[in-house]
Design a protein around this ligand. Structure first.
Ligand code: SAM
Length: 439
């Protein structure tokens, strides 16, 4: 039992010390462990998802915060509080494990402290929570600066954004239309007892009523389906690649949109560029599984001279690196690690990438700019600035999707581009703007 908890502490310690994302740390630590994976993930995701509340509670219980070198003890304490409040583990077992973990961490001196803090929480929980109730971290379970930004940009959507962002995300798959129709695949799922329903906007998506391991999906290894949120599925549907067209996926890993573009048009000539070598390998794996291929470059997409042969592209996706504030529910460590200064840095990177990648678009060709962000400076303000300096660029409507999205009531058409908000049982937050280069 405690092995899983010990690994969870290791992962959480790295996340709390800002040494990488939760998914990266998890994949490092749980690569060879089958047993206990579920518990490790539940503990790590749970602590991150509830971090703003757990952190406020923990700090109120400690006379002074743990030192940096004892972040592992803090992770242990947060994990204890998480289990007491959100899991069915009996209280006495939680306390016993937390104390044992101090010993496993070779910090016997912390056993009494950890035990006392958790016991006090159990004893005085009602009073403790009543004292903290007015703190925004408790009300929203979100860092204060993020709440402020959401409030500033989307006052009418604030409550629903917060609610969807704090919820468990649904599992959404994309059916590979080159292999099987969505209807047939839905039947194949049902034959295995997997209940699903169709996505309302994407033409290829299915939401599973209960998330399952991918190897249980029919013909997954043969490429019949892929895990991809509905909002991300829209990119290829908006761009509509055609046979023979030269297409660029500029920030491509792990290759979700690369694969989808090729499923829709296996005969298009696709180039995918990705900065990180280890992430490029994920594109290769995904394309291998789908039985599709593209020209892959490990490069800074903005350094055109390092990968581009000068032949312009008919269609381009720039799925830019972003704050991921539309997908916090899938990456809850964002609540811990994302800082306001990151947004400024990302805006500068996006601006530079957009200006450079625009040079690769053919006159008359299209560039779809997208982010999984809810921040206006990364989205509509970015595009407004771009259009001001690029007289050869024109905005285009997102074909049929705008009407469908508007009907579903979860899109806002902005002066520049289209913003999707996360919805509880539906898609993630995303932003798209389709640009055409004047012929
Ligand atoms: C939002 S993710 C892309 C997701 C991907 N399009 C998909 O659908 O699976 C952004 C990706 O851009 C990569 N990236 C960041 N800066 C880059 C750059 N300058 N050139 C190329 N790729 C970059 C990141 O490593 C990351 O894999």
């Amino acid at each position: 039992m405690s092995t899983s908890r010990f690994i969870a502490i290791k992962v959480l310690t790295q996340v709390l010390q800002q040494n990488g994302s939760l998914s990266t740390q998890l994949s490092k630590q749980v690569k060879h462990l089958d047993e206990g994976q579920g518990l490790i993930k539940e503990l790590c995701f749970g602590v991150c998802r509830f971090y703003p509340q757990l952190n406020t509670i923990a700090l109120s219980l400690l006379q002074k915060p743990f030192e940096e070198k004892d972040t592992d003890l803090y992770a242990n304490l947060l994990m204890g509080l998480y289990q007491l409040d959100h899991m069915s583990t009996p209280d006495h077992a939680v306390l016993h494990e937390a104390v044992e973990l101090c010993r496993e961490l070779d910090k016997e001196w912390a056993t009494k402290l950890t035990n006392a803090v958790l016991r006090r929480y159990l004893r005085e929980k009602e009073d403790i929570l009543a004292n903290l109730v007015s703190q925004p971290s408790m009300t929203y379970n979100m860092p204060k600066w993020l709440v402020k930004r959401f409030q500033k940009y989307w006052p009418e959507h604030l409550d629903s954004i917060i609610e969807a962002t704090n919820a468990h995300p649904p599992m959404c798959i994309r059916v590979n239309s080159a292999q099987v129709s969505r209807e047939t695949y839905q039947h194949q799922l049902l034959e295995k007892g997997i209940v699903s329903h169709e996505t309302s906007i994407s033409e290829s998506g299915l939401y599973l009523d209960t998330p399952i391991a991918v190897h249980l999906l029919p013909e997954f290894a043969a490429g019949a389906s892929s895990v991809q949120d509905e909002s991300a599925q829209l990119a290829a549907e908006i761009l509509q690649p055609a046979p023979g067209e030269k297409v660029l996926d500029a920030c491509a890993a792990p290759g979700g949109k690369t694969g989808h573009l090729l499923e829709l048009a296996p005969e298009c000539v696709l180039t995918a560029v990705e900065l990180e070598a280890w992430r490029l390998a994920r594109i290769e794996e995904n394309l291998d599984r789908l039985g599709l291929s593209a020209e892959l470059h490990c490069a800074d997409a903005g350094a055109l001279e390092t990968w581009w042969d000068g032949q312009p592209f008919d269609k381009v996706i720039l799925d830019a690196p972003c704050s991921a504030t539309g997908v916090i529910r899938r990456n809850p460590d964002i609540k811990i690690n994302r800082k306001p200064a990151d947004i400024e840095e990302l805006v500068a990177i996006q601006k530079q990438l957009l200006a450079k990648i625009w040079q690769t678009v053919k006159p008359g060709g299209y560039l779809l700019y997208g982010t999984c962000s809810l921040m206006q400076e990364e989205n509509e303000q970015q595009i407004a600035g771009f259009l001001e300096c690029h007289q050869d660029a024109e905005m285009r409507p997102l074909n049929h999707l705008n009407a469908t999205l508007a009907l579903a009531g979860n899109l806002t058409e902005r002066p520049y581009g289209t913003q999707l908000f996360p919805t509880i049982h539906g898609h993630d937050g995303f932003y798209y703007c389709l640009l055409q280069k004047r012929a």
